[in-house]
Write a protein that binds this ligand. Sequence first.
Ligand code: FBP
Length: 349
Amino acid sequence: MSDSSIAEHADLGDFKTLEQFILEKQDQFDHSSGSFSRLLRDISVAAKIVNRDMRRAGLLDIFGQTGVTNVQGEVQKKMDALANKEFVLALRRGGECCLIGSEEHAEAIPIDASSESDGHYIVLMDPLDGSSNIDVNVSVGTIFSIYRIPDELPPKEATLDDALQPGTDQVAAGYVVYGSSTMLVYTTGDGVNGFTLDPSIGEFLLSHRNVKTPDRGRICSINSGNYHAFDQGLRNYLNWLQEYDEDDPNRPAKTRYIGSFVSDFHRNMMMGGIYMYPATQGNPEGKLRLMYEANPMAFLIEQAGGMATNGEKRIMEIEPTSLHQRTPLFIGSPDMVKRAHAFLRGERS
Ligand code: FBP
């Protein structure tokens, strides 16, 4: 290795791979048998494969639709199917997972414990979030939520009921954003850390340690095309955000809406902001799925000092009833979510 590259690495004092970071943390983890480290390794391997194909998507026949309508009633995109396949394969091969829940599968995917796993982890995932943006080169992501079944429960007996736990029971959560660079961001309840993929060495490297979101920001992410379907309290909040106030540096707010929840969430967590997908006449339960979109991001934002609610209640305290249930979502900087609540309750107008 040349002197200059040694010097370069020396400068990167924190030059730490995802695996090195996990192993360092492993001792703090109750069940530090190494199985969690291996599970996160499996997720990162699948993310690298999806990233590889994503970067060449226009050259491969992976744009467009599969023609299959998934359990959400959406026509599945080829990249949805590809990402789903890669994550399911990696989790099966890895042997640390006993049950998988995916946006692309109506039922939970059991893992045949006899041959494939004696793992105690349940992974719920949105293999590719932001489907509407895949074919047009706009950043998309993968979201995952991890639960653990009780030690005394044999893995092969794990069922969907074992997955339907409130978000407060998550042992870890994270996402991968396939944007200008590819990042994997996760929490195990001990802060939020981000790793950037260095394609030259194929490693996720620690780039964002202990992420904290500002108490307040200037960014509002909502599909304002639904404005007329919002209830009056929310309209009042949006109008208030857009007002000029010389004493308030955060108003008028900036509207930023990519249409990929992962990307909007990531930006807002880093810069300060609020993402909202409320209930509307068309979507009385909201659009986003509780178990593999709202819960994992709620765990992350709370660990970063933010808030996530359904407009009234903490997202992570919602008792789930089904794998694909939806929820209204207000998530981001704490002062902005609290302010939205005040308008929703009509305390502000
Ligand atoms: P999927 O793409 O995984 O179905 O996720 C839902 C989603 O695309 C979010 O990523 C995004 O924030 C939202 O729906 C966009 O919805 P809309 O087009 O109604 O604003």
